[in-house]
Design a protein around this ligand. Structure first.
Ligand SMILES: *Cc1c(COP(=O)(O)O)cnc(C)c1O
Length: 354
């Protein structure tokens, strides 16, 4: 049973909304008036509460800063034209958060903290959900180790926080992607399936080098042959080849199990497009490009939703696409948006009402 009230609340004296316009704001720059916070100590979650969004006081020896026990999630809430607000598939993020926690030797966050905390926070800051097309409220839960002592071992104390950030369209332009053949993001047995902070720090060098060459992001490949495709930045990747949708499988644990990926695969099947979750390597993609069967390539993720890819570069092979002519990715994006913004019935029960 989800509670819309129940945790203690300390409200701001005056909302920051009055000094901000919620139109076309950049991703992740502004935060709503309040945040949810709970702490873990003596083997139990304590003091769940809602309080003004504010700086934290930490010691330099904070365990998360040194040994990387930090995980997060990314979820979106949408306002419908009726004025009602909905969160998209938050239970899937809740489950994934706890998979990340387990992998990082961090305590599970119980449902009443994660879900009820998010619900009550959103109910209080509901006016922060922009009511404009392509706009949403990005929800960022985070957990990190808070022991203040050096030494590599799982922390005994943690903080769990949910913050809210209103956001406009993200990655609106089709992207140029560099297929990575030097650096590695994830290996079997590693932490690639977890949304832990270190994965992102470790990926920045490759993205920076790709940026220097004029590319927006890298498409990660396996660690050994640098041929088997994984995912793009903070997005999963889908190829439309010969009218089939092909996406790397989750089996090896080297990619994030994206909620958007799953939603897109469901919608593609409903559109009559066969879906294959399997290993796919760059040689197959290049061959399909050369024989004209590679129709579309796109990324899927909560922040970006669906991002079209207009160029793929692997070594000296440059694959260029005329994204204006594409049918599948724009159609699936439209279907997803119609569900999120309440323009069609939510037959999959993906929307969670606030
Ligand atoms: C968050 C993330 C995704 C996308 O997952 P969604 O649940 O669709 O937002 C994909 N890859 C990585 C590495 C991510 O961190």
């Amino acid at each position: 049973m989800i509670k819309t009230s129940g945790f203690p609340v300390t409200k701001v004296a005056e909302s920051k909304l009055n000094s901000l316009s919620l139109e076309n704001i950049p991703f992740g720059k502004y935060f709503s008036d309040h945040m949810f916070m709970a702490t873990y100590k003596n083997g139990a979650w304590q003091d769940p509460q809602i309080l003004p969004y504010q700086p934290l006081h930490i010691e330099p020896s904070l365990a998360a800063l040194h040994y990387g026990q930090a995980i997060f999630e990314g979820i979106k809430a949408y306002k419908h034209s009726s004025g009602e607000a909905f969160i998209f598939r938050p239970y899937d993020n809740f489950k994934r958060f706890n998979l990340s926690a387990e992998r990082m030797c961090m305590p599970e966050v119980p449902e009443y903290i994660f879900m009820d905390g998010m619900h009550q926070l959103l109910a209080i800051d509901k006016d922060w959900i922009p009511a404009k097309a392509e706009h949403s409220l990005y929800i960022r839960p985070v957990m990190f180790a808070t022991d203040v002592a050096l030494g590599v071992r799982p922390s005994e104390t943690y903080a769990f926080i949910i913050m809210l950030s209103p956001t406009g369209p993200y990655y609106a332009k089709p992207m140029k992607i560099y297929v990575e053949e030097t650096y590695t993001r994830a290996v079997k047995g590693g932490v690639g399936f977890a949304k832990n902070a270190g994965n992102y720090g470790g990926s920045m060098m490759a993205a920076k080098k790709a940026n220097e060459l004029g590319y927006d992001q890298v498409l990660w490949t396996d660690a050994i042959e640098h041929k088997w495709l994984q995912e793009v930045g903070m997005m999963n990747v889908v190829f439309i080849i010969d009218n089939k949708a092909i996406t790397p499988s989750l089996e090896e644990g080297t990619i994030l199990n994206g909620v958007t990926r799953n939603s897109v695969l469901v919608l593609l099947q409903e559109m009559g497009i066969a879906v294959e979750e399997r290993k796919i390597n760059i040689d197959e993609v290049i061959a399909a490009y050369k024989n004209g069967t590679l129709q579309e390539v796109f990324g899927t993720g909560t922040a970006a939703t669906i991002a079209l890819i207009k160029e793929l570069r692997y070594k000296d092979e440059q694959m260029l696409f005329d994204t204006e002519k594409w049918k599948v990715a724009p159609a699936v994006r439209e279907k997803l948006n119609q569900i999120r913004y309440g323009l069609v019935p939510d037959v999959h029960e993906w929307l969670y009402k606030i």
